[in-house]
Design a protein around this ligand. Structure first.
Ligand SMILES: [Zn+2]
Length: 137
């Protein structure tokens, strides 16, 4: 029997985020985008926060820059062994388009402004996947 305390957190999609999780489960990293003004938004929203039009999910490059980060040095998620880095990534697609995720790198190697690339990782055996990030030269 699997010890539930050792499992990673599993997403609980809602109508606005379902497309995000569904695309990741098929290996596509997609974020919410306005169908009229074409601005990206994270967190996903049913209607554009700028013009009110509908949104859809579109694939992003996964390329971005470390906007901020922390190094987790104490065990807070049983499936992640510290130290590890949680970064806020600003995507190349649009200034201010940011998402938080694990940066798979030595904590001493991470700095604000570094370039990263998203990689899609399965969340345990849940059927869900989530983006992590790796440093790129
Ligand atoms: Zn819009």
């Amino acid at each position: 029997m699997t010890d539930a305390r050792l499992l990673p957190p599993i997403p609980v999609p809602d109508p606005e985020s379902a497309g995000y999780w569904e695309s990741l489960s098929t290996g596509v990293f997609a974020l919410s985008r306005c169908t009229e003004c074409h601005r990206w938004m994270q967190v996903p929203q049913e209607h554009c926060r700028w013009c009110g039009a509908t949104t859809s999910f579109e694939e992003v490059s996964g390329r971005g820059t470390v906007f901020s980060f922390i190094v987790v040095r104490h065990q807070s998620i049983p499936s992640l062994t510290p130290p590890y880095v949680v970064g806020m990534i600003e995507f190349d697609e649009q200034p201010g388009l940011r998402l938080t995720g694990i940066i798979e790198a030595d904590p001493d190697a991470v700095a604000i402004g570094q370039k990263v690339q998203a990689i899609i990782r399965p969340i345990g055996e849940s059927g869900f996947s989530a983006p992590s990030f790796e440093l790129v030269p």
